[in-house]
Every structure is written in C-alpha cells, then in structure tokens.
Design a protein. Structure first.
Length: 316
C-alpha cells in the first residue's frame, strides 16, 4: 500500500487488493443467468437516466436504513459503536457533497460535483419490528474472509443478511489478500446483497488505519451497490473501457496514493484523470466527489432496482 502522500500505479494483477466488486460481478455473471439478465436491464435503465430520457422520480433526500454486521475473530476486529457512527457520518456528508474537502475539487470540475441526495442512519427496528441499534455482532472462528460471500451466512461463521429490500447490509470483518472491501451490484440475490468492508478501512476512528481511515472505502463500495463502476472502466490499463458515465474523463487505470493535478493518461489532457472521484483507488484523503452523471446512475437504481428500499426508509 502507498503512504498518505505518495503516488504509484500498479499492474492489473494488483487491482483486486483494493476492491473486489468486479471480481464478484464476473463470478455472478458466469454462474447466474438471472443475474446477467437483471444486470442488462439495469444498465439500460441507467443509460436512459444519464441521457435524460428519464428524470429522477424522487423529489427529496432519501434516508437509507443501514444494518452493520460486525463479524470478528479477535477483539480488535469487533469495532466499537463510535467507529460505526463515524462511518455513518462520512456517508451522510459525502453523498450530500457537504464533505469539508469537496473544495479541493479542481475548478474545471466543480460544476460537476453532485449532491446525490442520500442520507444514512443505523436501523431503528429489526426485521421482526423490535427496537435495535442497527448493529449485530458475531464471534467467528474464521480469521479472515474473501469475496466468496461466506461472511454473509451464519452457517459459514458469518451473519445472515437482513431483508435487502428494507436495509442496506454492511458487513465489517477482516478481509484477506489486502482487500479493502467489495460490493454486490444491484440485480443479485437478496441473501448476499450489500457491501463488505475490512475493519481497518471502516470509519475514521478505532481500528481505521491510514491512509484508509477517512471512511471512503464504504463510500466507494456503496457507489458500486448503487451501480457505479470504477472510473477507469476496468480494462486492464487500456483506454477502451468505460464506466458508462459521460462526465468522467477516460483514464488508463486506477490511481493510487495522492496524485498531483493534472495527471494525464489516454490523451485526456489538459485536465487528465478525475482521480479525486470516489470510484478511483486513491487514498481516502485524496478522493472527495461524485459527478452529476454518476448521480444520474444512482438515481436510476434508487427509482428502479432499489425502489422498495427507499420506500421502507422512513419506517425503519
């Protein structure tokens, strides 16, 4: 990993050390024809929203209920309430473009900064209607976890998801292979729906460790959960991939560390890569924006694939 002030680029073999969402997506596409069909329909809807054939139907801010499943093998992995609340605070700011560091966006892109009109709160009632603090805790014999979704099932030592049409499920555990997190794109099974974040990249206090102690891993993974792609298009350092968002510049691959502006790739000068976007791989302190085009894709998801969740938000 890079330190808080360095910048480096890695080969495609190293990409999965940060985010495993595309690894999960490829697995589900190859194994589940229903998922592949759902994904195609969701992408068609997203395109219609970004090209403004459809306009977001929700008139106001949506407040998403979150359940955090802490799955721990050691006391250190059993993250505290303050750490969990610090993560919710980051989500609230970043998805409303009210984060203090948003003023670091280069002037050329400030008009593109989007308020996604999303807030988050820890669930107040559980699936049986009982009061809850929105946190579950599971002591597990498993020392660390991978992208195979085993952490999402009690039978394999993890914790079962709460209903995905009502809650955003977030699993916090220790991930192996240096993974920071992974997410399931909309269109997959409810039993595995949600995001997973390693305990050392969750929130801003407790076990959160620099340079991933700003809560931005969860922001990135929830972006995937709302159908955002990596900003460079996942094309193995080429210039032909796409994140399907017109207002994010094409770039060759992920940026790591804290780059200097501008950093030009794929003939995208003079402004270069939008490396401060939440869907890149930069350090937490170096990412601080979503774009209007990305917000349109998230609107498409919230109006369609995740509509039931937004309808339930007030009640839980």
């Amino acid at each position: 990993m890079s330190d808080a002030h360095s910048y480096l680029r890695v080969t495609s073999a190293d990409y999965s050390r940060w985010c495993g969402a595309m690894e999960v997506d490829r697995r589900l596409l190859s194994q589940n024809p229903e998922y592949a069909g759902n994904r195609a329909a969701i992408e068609n809807t997203a395109f219609a929203y970004e090209t403004m054939e459809h306009i977001a139907g929700r008139p106001s801010v949506v407040d998403i209920p979150v359940v955090v499943h802490v799955v721990h093998n050691t006391p250190e992995q059993d993250v505290g309430e303050a750490q969990i609340h610090s993560q919710i605070d980051v989500l609230d700011k970043d998805f409303r473009a009210s984060n203090p560091d948003v003023d670091q966006v280069p002037p050329v892109w400030r008009d593109l900064v989007a308020d996604v009109r999303l807030q988050f709160h820890l669930a107040r009632t559980d699936p049986l209607g009982r009061p809850t603090d929105g946190i579950t805790r599971t002591r597990s014999a498993t020392a660390d976890w991978d992208t195979d979704d085993l952490v999402k099932f009690s039978l394999s030592g993890g914790h079962d998801a709460w209903p995905a049409d009502v809650y955003l499920n977030v699993w916090v555990c220790k991930l192996r292979r240096g993974l920071l997190g992974y997410a399931q794109f909309p269109g997959g099974a409810a039993s595995t729906d949600g995001v997973v974040v390693t305990h050392s990249a969750f929130g801003t206090t407790g076990t959160a460790t620099a340079p991933f102690d700003g809560g931005r891993t969860a922001v990135h993974e929830i972006g995937h959960w709302l159908n955002l792609r990596h900003i460079w298009g996942d094309d193995d350092e080429g210039c032909s991939g796409s994140d399907f968002v017109s207002d994010t510049p094409n770039q060759a691959g992920p940026n790591l560390g804290s780059p200097g502006f501008p950093h030009v790739t794929c003939n995208n000068g003079p402004d270069g890569d939008m490396f401060m976007n939440y869907m890149d791989y930069t350090d937490d302190a170096a990412m601080f924006m979503f774009t209007r085009g990305q917000a349109a894709r998230m609107d498409a998801t919230l109006d369609n694939a995740r509509l039931t969740l937004t309808r339930q938000a007030v009640a839980v």
